[in-house]
Design a protein around this ligand. Structure first.
Ligand SMILES: Nc1ncnc2c1ncn2[C@@H]1O[C@H](COP(=O)(O)OP(=O)(O)O)[C@@H](O)[C@H]1O
Ligand SMILES: [Mg+2]
Length: 255
């Protein structure tokens, strides 16, 4: 079952009287329970694609289909984790985690029980009643991730969730996400500009060209799950990474 399908999505923005085409006929899909990454250079329109999927803006042409229905321009159907944690500073950690559930009208007491359970699982027991400013960057990203994970929409869209973290914390978060996802198998569309991150986490990867962006290549990631943390040192992993880096260089996408 296809959770999400993008059909021939194009998007242009008009600035200063001229039209700039950002996305040029994007076709991609996410199956039920699949982890799919979208990788492309900065400015290739990845965040724009998420805004289209979230219904914040409309495509110039093309269709967004969820579970077989055309949902182009409809809001509220996906859970979204932005690049910055963007927690509400006046709400406690647990109140931030349940935000999307509250917005969806789910019972608060139940949501709080669930939030506390998950906060403990991600190593944030004891921080439930604190405010976000007390937490480190990595901890804030975990809270932001839980907010997306516990929100009732089935498809999660994560926009470079670890981009702002230092290398060590980033690695820790990748391993943490890998473990959580393998236990829960949500449908995920994950934006990153790191090939290594995409190879570590994904079932499939779409490589985006520079703008006006097309899908340059679809890659099936062959590594078995559950994946060990040492997989990044595996010769097969390293050679696949090298091959994809060369491919991306050859299509002029920078990274
Ligand atoms: N609302 C907008 N109006 C005009 N240009 C925009 C708008 N939103 C994004 N863009 C342009 O679209 C391009 C892609 O942006 P973005 O989707 O943020 O790229 P990415 O997330 O891949 O780095 C950029 O050149 C950006 O300036
Ligand atoms: Mg972006």
């Amino acid at each position: 079952m296809k959770k999400l399908e993008l059909k021939e999505i194009s998007k242009s923005f008009s600035t200063g009287g001229s039209d700039t085409k950002i996305l040029n006929g994007i076709n991609l899909h996410v199956n039920e329970g699949e982890f799919v990454s979208l990788i492309g250079p900065s400015g290739s329109g990845k965040t724009t694609l998420f805004h289209l999927i979230g219904g914040l803006i409309r495509p110039s042409s093309g269709q967004i289909v969820m579970e077989g229905s055309d949902v182009t321009g409809r809001k509220g159907l996906v859970s979204y984790m932005p690049q910055q944690a963007s927690l509400l500073p006046w709400r406690t950690v647990e109140e931030n985690v349940i935000l999307a559930r509250e917005t969806a009208g789910l019972p608060k007491a139940e949501s709080l029980v669930l939030a506390r359970e998950w906060l403990a699982k991600v190593g944030l027991q004891g921080y439930e009643k604190e405010h976000p400013h007390v937490l480190s960057g990595g901890m804030q990203q975990r809270v932001s991730f839980l907010r997306a994970l516990l929100s009732p929409q089935e498809l999660m869209c994560l926009d470079e969730p670890f981009g702002a973290l230092d290398a060590l914390t980033r690695e820790e978060m990748q391993h943490w996400l890998l473990k959580i996802w393998e236990q829960n198998k949500r449908s995920v569309l994950f934006i990153t500009h790191s090939l290594e991150e995409a190879l570590l986490l994904s079932d499939r990867i779409y490589l985006l060209s520079d703008k006006p962006s097309r899908i340059e290549r679809e890659v099936i990631v062959p590594f078995e799950r559950p994946r060990a943390l040492t997989i990044t040192e595996d010769p097969a992993f390293i050679s696949m990474k090298r091959e994809l880096i060369n491919l991306m260089k050859s299509v002029g996408s920078g990274s």
